[in-house]
Design a protein. Structure first.
Length: 343
């Protein structure tokens, strides 16, 4: 136990192999500084010295899951510092692990910590599945692009909508290619088939986890949102109730403009892109598949006529993400029911 009986604040500068732990009193008095080799037992041992239910903060950096789980299991009140909110640390004249841990503890003690949400283990597991599936799809897309590049080098053009479908594969097999080019295409197709198998496996695992999720079912009623994009929204957003309103969700996703204001001058720029890349991608992908005549597609066309294609696309993505917010929060989307009633 600790020699100090009051509330303690602990800052942890977490790294891949080692971490620095700084303990402070509630008045800012320095109590101890230790450096440990990362493992849950060592972290719990040091935490015992901080008394009951200490306030502990670490940055949302590489591999923070295990540390937060160990802290919560030991009875600590864990806080996660948002990396963008503490990036000023790197501009100090003297920057080291001890200073970083001490500054984190100071921010927490003074109630000025820019906090990130600590996703529960279930949400983290779902994110792991959804993110890895997205990685597989990206890898597969890159391999397909390589096949097209090889055909272009040989001056071959296959007149088919899907080169990797049944008809496309049959036509591709009949194209005369040089030995080296043919070997590369065969190898690429074999790897694509392997990725197809793994992608289907993870898609099934995600669908199984979300089978009884009311918000997941609700947002799939939105035009352009299917099982895959719906899973991305659910996994990345997590508990939608942590956002007070849909505009907060859009801001978190990086779909709102930058705002710089000083005295009487204010500048608004491009969207921040300071949020979940997958949520932004899913929102934009969904509005690309909007059928003609929907409210969002009509709004997009109207805005495009005044502001241009890119601004219209982002605005439409924000509108769709707003509907996603209500679908996840309420388990249904009243705007869709209203549209059906009017129709």
């Amino acid at each position: 136990m600790s020699e100090y009986d009051g509330q303690q604040f602990v800052g942890i500068d977490l790294h891949r192999q080692r971490s620095v732990i700084v303990r402070q009193s509630d008045t800012g008095e320095h109590l101890s500084t230790v450096r440990i080799i990362n493992d849950p037992a060592s972290l719990a041992l040091q935490l015992e010295k901080a008394g009951e239910h200490p306030e502990v903060v670490l940055e949302a950096t590489y591999g923070w899951y295990w540390a937060v789980d160990a802290l919560q299991a030991a009875g600590a009140r864990a806080h996660l510092a948002h990396p963008l909110g503490v990036k000023g640390f790197r501009y100090r004249r003297v920057k080291n692990d001890v200073r970083d841990a001490r500054d984190l503890a100071d921010l927490l003690r003074m109630n000025r910590l820019p906090e990130a949400w600590i996703a529960p283990p279930v949400t983290r597991e779902l994110r792991e599945l959804a993110r890895y599936r997205a990685k597989l799809v990206a890898l597969r897309s890159g391999l397909k692009a390589q096949v097209h590049a090889v055909l272009a080098k040989e001056g071959q053009l296959v007149p088919v909508s899907d080169l990797f479908g049944v008809d496309g594969r049959q036509r591709l097999a009949k194209i005369p290619l040089g030995v080296a080019y043919a070997q590369r295409v065969i190898s690429l197709l074999e790897v694509i088939d392997v990725l197809d198998t793994h992608e289907a496996r993870f898609t099934a695992a995600i669908a199984d986890q979300l089978r009884n999720h009311p918000g997941y079912r609700a947002i799939q009623q939105l035009p352009g949102v299917g099982p895959v994009l719906g899973a991305v929204f659910v996994a990345e957003i997590g508990d939608v109730h942590r956002f007070a309103a849909p505009d907060r969700l859009c801001s978190w996703a990086g779909l709102t403009p930058r705002h710089h204001e000083s005295d009487t001058v204010a500048h608004r720029g491009h969207i921040t892109k300071q949020g979940s890349r997958l949520v932004r991608w899913a929102a934009v992908e969904a509005i690309q598949h909007q059928p003609a005549g929907t409210k969002i597609s009509l709004d997009r066309a109207r805005i495009e006529g005044r502001r241009g294609k890119n601004i219209a696309k982002v605005a439409a993505a924000r509108k769709l993400l707003t509907l996603v917010y209500y679908g996840l929060r309420d388990g249904h989307i009243r705007a869709l029911a209203h549209q059906k009633a009017v129709a």
